[in-house]
Design a protein around this ligand. Structure first.
Ligand code: AMP
Ligand code: ZN
Length: 433
C-alpha cells in the first residue's frame, strides 16, 4: 500500500497527539498576540493561550461561524499583507455576499499536502491519470484536487465542468483511471456515456471516483460501484477551511482528518458541548497552521461522527463519517451551496416581486434542478404576457448572478403560494439520495 507521508500518517497516536497539542498551543498564542479579532473573542470567552494545556482544553476556545466570516471586514480577519497572499477563492455566504478566502503559499502547500495524502490513501498514485471535473475558478474543488493530484505525480486532465460528451471522449481516449467530481455528475456522466454507446465499466480504464462537495449516500455508492465498475471514494471539505481536504482511504470507512494540520471535534449543535467518538453532532474544525485566514473552532454546520480507532489501513489519524445532514437550511445544488436567504435577498431586489416564494429542488436524471416559484405583486400581475416574460427573465438572471447556478423561475399570481402561521416552509426538496 502506498502512503504519501508515512512518517506522519502512521505516527503512533500519543506522538501525534503531542504534535497536535504543540500546534494548537502555538496557534492560540499567535492569534492572541497578533489578531485583534481573535484576541477580542478569547477575552470575551475568558480564555488565554496559557489555559490550553491539554488537547481537551480546546473546548475553552471560542467558536467561529460562517456568518462571522461574512460579517467581518476582511482586514480584521486576514493576518497577512497582500504581498504574502498568493490566491483567493470564494464560497457562497448566507446572503448574496460570498465569503472570500485568502491563502499564503504555506496555506496552499498544506492544502496540497492534505489532498495528496488523501488521494494516495485512496489508491491513486504517479501512474494514474486523473480527470478533474470539478469547476475550476473561485470554487475550490477544481484547483484543490488539481494541485493535490499533481503533487503525487499523477497526470492531471483539468476538464472542469460541462461538455459531458467531450469529457467522455477524454476519459476513454486518454485512458483516465480516476475521476474527481460531484457524485451526481459521476452518475450523469455514466448516463451520458450509456447514451453514447460507451460503457464506463467495460470500455474505459476508470477505477476510482473521488466524489464530494455535496451529500450522497451508501446506496448511491453501491449503485455506482456496481454500474460503473469504480471504487467510489468520499471527499469532504469547505472553502472556509481551504477547500476539499479529507477523503476516504481504500478501506472506505471514514475520511482521515490529518491531525498535524487539523483538530476535528464533534459538538452537540444545541448545547455546544463536545461529544465523544461515535456520537453524532456538528463537525467543528480548527486549522492548526493556517496563516492568511486563521480558523479556530469553525462550526461547519455539517452533521457527522468521528472515529478515533486506528484504521485497518494502518493510519493513526481519526476519521469522520459520511455527512448525514446540516444544522441549518443550506441546500447543496449541483455542488453549490444555496441558502434560502440568498434566494429571498435576490428576489426582493425586483420591484414586481411579492413577498412569497417557494423553492423546489428535484433530481431529474442524475442532476439537481431548482425551480423558484415567485408571486407577483398585484399591480405587476397583468395580462401583458410579453411584459411578464421580461420580468421573469430578469428575475432569473438576477438569481443566477447571486447563486452562481441556474434556477428556473415561474411567476405566479398574487396569493397562489401557501401562507404559514408558524415557521415558513418555503423549500420543497424532492431529491432522494
Ligand atoms: P463549499 O464551501 O462550497 O466548498 O461547500 C462546503 C459544504 O459542502 C460543506 O459544508 C458540506 O455541507 C458540503 N459537502 C462538501 N463535501 C461533502 C461530502 N462529501 N458530503 C456531504 N456534503 C459535502
Ligand atoms: Zn484508513
Amino acid at each position: 500500500m502506498s502512503c504519501w507521508n508515512p512518517k506522519i500518517e502512521m505516527m503512533p497516536r500519543f506522538e501525534l497527539n503531542n504534535v497536535q497539542l504543540k500546534h494548537l498551543r502555538a496557534f492560540a498564542h499567535k492569534l492572541y498576540d497578533q489578531s485583534h479579532f481573535y484576541r477580542e473573542r478569547m477575552v470575551e470567552a475568558g480564555v488565554t493561550p496559557d489555559d490550553i494545556v491539554t488537547l481537551d482544553d480546546a473546548v475553552k476556545l471560542p467558536f467561529m461561524m460562517k456568518k462571522d466570516l461574512r460579517e467581518i471586514e476582511q482586514a480584521r480577519l486576514f493576518m497577512v499583507s497582500n504581498n504574502e497572499l498568493v490566491r483567493y477563492h470564494a464560497s457562497s455566504g448566507t446572503t448574496g455576499r460570498p465569503t472570500i478566502v485568502g491563502y499564503t503559499q504555506h496555506d496552499i502547500d498544506q492544502w496540497c499536502e492534505s489532498v495528496a495524502r488523501g488521494l494516495m490513501s485512496a489508491g491513486i498514485g504517479q501512474q494514474d491519470i486523473v480527470q478533474i471535473s470539478y469547476t475550476y475558478g473561485l470554487f475550490t474543488g477544481g484547483l484543490g484536487l488539481h494541485y493535490g493530484a499533481e503533487r503525487i505525480g499523477a497526470t492531471v486532465v483539468p476538464a472542469s465542468t460541462g461538455n459531458t460528451e467531450r469529457q467522455i471522449d477524454l476519459l476513454k481516449n486518454l485512458g483516465v483511471t480516476a475521476m474527481a467530481c460531484t457524485p451526481s455528475y459521476m452518475m450523469y456522466l455514466g448516463e451520458t456515456a450509456q447514451r453514447m454507446g460507451v460503457s464506463i465499466k467495460n470500455d474505459t480504464k476508470l477505477k476510482i471516483g473521488v466524489l464530494g462537495a455535496e451529500p450522497w449516500s451508501e446506496g448511491m455508492r453501491e449503485r455506482m460501484q456496481e454500474w460503473l465498475g469504480i471504487k467510489a471514494i468520499n471527499i469532504y471539505g469547505t472553502s472556509e477551511l481551504s477547500g476539499p481536504l479529507w477523503c476516504e482511504c481504500s478501506e472506505q470507512a471514514g475520511m482521515h482528518v490529518w491531525s498535524d494540520l487539523t483538530l476535528a471535534e464533534i459538538i452537540d449543535p444545541k448545547t455546544s458541548e463536545r461529544l465523544g467518538p461515535g456520537e453524532k453532532g456538528e463537525l467543528v474544525i480548527t486549522m492548526l497552521q493556517k496563516e492568511a485566514l486563521p480558523i479556530i473552532r469553525y462550526r461547519t454546520g455539517d452533521i457527522t461522527t468521528i472515529d478515533e480507532e486506528r484504521c485497518a489501513c494502518g493510519r493513526t489519524h481519526p476519521r469522520i463519517g459520511r455527512i448525514t445532514g446540516r444544522v441549518d437550511d443550506m441546500l447543496i445544488i449541483r455542488g453549490i451551496n444555496v441558502f434560502p436567504s440568498q434566494v429571498e435577498y435576490s428576489l426582493m431586489t425586483n420591484p414586481e416581486v411579492g413577498n412569497e416564494f417557494q423553492i423546489i429542488v428535484e433530481r431529474t436524471g442524475a442532476l439537481d434542478d431548482m425551480t423558484v416559484r415567485v408571486e407577483l405583486k398585484p399591480e405587476a400581475f397583468t395580462d401583458n404576457m410579453a411584459g411578464i416574460e421580461k420580468v421573469r427573465a430578469r428575475v432569473e438572471h438576477k438569481l443566477r448572478s447571486t447563486l452562481n447556478i441556474h434556477a428556473n423561475v415561474e411567476l405566479v399570481e398574487p396569493g397562489a403560494l401557501p401562507r404559514f402561521e408558524g415557521k415558513a416552509k418555503r423549500v420543497i426538496d424532492k431529491r432522494k439520495l
